[in-house]
Design a protein around this ligand. Structure first.
Ligand SMILES: Nc1ncnc2c1ncn2[C@@H]1O[C@H](COP(=O)(O)OP(=O)(O)O)[C@@H](O)[C@H]1O
Ligand SMILES: [Mg+2]
Length: 407
């Protein structure tokens, strides 16, 4: 992709693309697609489905009284849409492979200018055709996805409160045109090998707009890592890294992820022995055990910037709270119980609930080596202890500082 500098006006988004797997696949991290009959509204109330709430005027973060489209172009540092070819030159287009999908977007890997592997999340916007049975996102909704991704990405370059546990956003562009044939080819390959729940994106006209978010390649999501992690020692590092990232974001942004299922936790191998983070000015280190974790997908997330709150009101999204078949779905109900269905307020207990879910998942996952040595058995037992204790904590920060597993 052509380079542009990222500017963050401060704010965030939430997008509603977690609702998509049929109930016949209860263990899937995606909720039933049938539940998503609406798109979220920005700054507006609606009777029966999630809507974004902003306790501030996002307009105030931009120079003039400009349209959402202009704000998105401003974020992309563009005057108008580019072509796919301008954005993804032929040699990079040829190297695209599809690596993931959500209801609103397709995710492809390729290489960037610096020959690094990156993930391109391609989201159709503003069109009137439904995609995957859902209306397309508007510029306003996309704007908030852009802003929250930037806020969390930028925690990697702060001095006193720093983490590299949230996926880095490198670049973003808005393009116009039909879906490129190379991407359709990559889409078909994924469909043949893994099966897609999405519509083949071959029906878009030349007028269709897309947002392309270029993220660092974060590895495989935990759902796809089942049976691929070497041992519970790696699981322990994953749990520690996620807890630390959440704690830093709690501290910096009063952040709650609110949808931290195993499809939204990426894991990749690393040669670095330690992963550093900075909490309140003090530097801490975590043994990586060969894995690096990145948190993605802020669909339901909540944060504050300069005292301004941004959240997604899911109070009336009844079906979100009706899921069955996996502990994930229980977590939405437990969060609601904790916050009395008030989604604008800060309640970092939600992060604790997701950590309990994660510990439970990590204990249930398959590993290349079974815990046979006494050392491995001790790690498993410490994870079990964590699982039974974590719900006593009030936040990820509290857990990070006091849990025996991390000390
Ligand atoms: N930066 C990334 N690196 C590697 N894989 C990614 C990346 N971003 C997304 N993916 C893959 O694509 C899937 C869908 O992306 P996600 O952002 O969670 O979309 P959605 O919001 O639609 O759920 C993820 O579960 C993951 O498998
Ligand atoms: Mg997701």
């Amino acid at each position: 992709m052509a380079m542009s500098n990222l500017q963050s006006p401060g704010g965030m988004e939430s997008s509603l693309d977690l609702f998509s797997t049929p109930l016949s696949k209860p263990a899937s991290s995606r909720l039933p697609r049938a539940t998503l009959t609406n798109t979220p509204m920005v700054g507006a109330q609606h009777d029966s489905f999630p809507c974004y709430q902003f306790s501030f005027d996002i307009q105030a973060h931009y120079d003039e009284d400009i349209s959402d489209a202009d704000k998105v172009y401003q974020e992309c540092m563009q005057d108008g849409p580019l072509s796919f070819e301008d954005c993804i030159p032929p040699e990079r287009m040829k190297r695209c492979s599809k690596i993931g999908e959500g209801t609103f977007g397709e995710v492809f890997s390729t290489i960037n200018d610096s020959n690094q592997t990156v993930a391109l999340k391609i989201i159709p916007v503003e069109g009137c055709q439904k995609v995957n049975s859902e209306p397309q996102k508007t510029f306003g909704e996309i704007l908030h996805e852009i802003i929250i991704s930037k806020e969390l990405s930028s925690l990697n370059s702060k001095e006193k409160t720093k983490t590299n546990g949230f996926i880095r956003l490198n670049n973003l562009h808005c393009v116009r045109g039909c879906y490129p044939s190379a991407l359709l080819k990559a889409w078909d390959k994924f469909d043949q090998e893994k099966g897609s729940e999405n519509d083949r994106p071959d029906f878009f006209s030349e007028e269709q707009l897309f947002l392309i978010l270029e993220f660092e390649f974060g590895g495989s999501d935990l759902e796809n890592m089942n049976g691929k992690l070497s041992s519970m020692t790696q699981a322990k590092s994953i749990l520690h890294q996620v807890t630390a990232a959440l704690a830093v974001a709690e501290h910096a942004l009063c952040f709650e992820h609110r949808d931290l299922h195993w499809g939204n936790i990426l894991v990749k191998t690393t040669k670095q022995k330690n992963n550093e983070f900075i909490l309140n000015g003090s530097v801490h280190s975590i043994e990586t055990r060969g894995v690096h974790v990145n948190i993605i997908d802020y669909s339901l997330s909540r944060l504050e910037i300069d005292g301004l709150t941004v959240s997604c009101d899911i109070a009336n999204d009844e079906e979100l709270f009706m899921g069955q078949g996996d502990y994930q779905f229980e977590i939405y109900r437990l969060m609601r119980k904790e916050n009395n269905n008030c989604w604008s307020e800060y309640n970092p207990r939600s992060n604790v609930l997701w950590l309990h879910y994660l510990a439970d998942k990590l204990l249930a996952m398959r590993y290349k080596t079974k815990p046979q040595s006494s050392q491995q058995k001790a790690v498993k037992s410490s994870l079990q202890t964590f699982c039974s204790e974590i719900l006593n904590y009030s936040s990820a920060t509290h857990a990070l500082l006091h849990c025996r597993l991390f000390n």
